[in-house]
Design a protein around this ligand. Structure first.
Ligand code: FES
Length: 56
C-alpha cells in the first residue's frame, strides 16, 4: 500500500528501512523521502515507523 503518493513510498519500503537500521521517523524520511513534500502522509508514515520499530 502506498503511504506517500508524492514520493511513491509504500508501507513495505518503510518497514524495510527500519529493518535496515533506521530508528527514528527522521531517519526513515531521510532514507525514503516519505513526508518530505506535501507532508500529508506524515501521520501514517510515523505510525508505521513506530510499529515497525516495536516489532524489531
Ligand atoms: Fe507524502 Fe505528500 S504524500 S509528502
Amino acid at each position: 500500500m502506498y503511504v506517500c503518493l508524492c514520493k511513491g513510498v509504500t508501507d513495505k519500503a518503510i518497514r524495510r528501512t527500519v529493518e535496515d537500521g533506521a530508528r527514528t521517523w527522521r531517519e526513515v524520511q531521510r532514507e525514503t523521502g516519505c513526508g518530505t513534500q506535501c507532508g500529508k502522509c506524515g501521520c501514517m508514515g510515523k505510525g508505521i515507523t513506530r510499529e515497525a520499530i516495536r516489532e524489531e
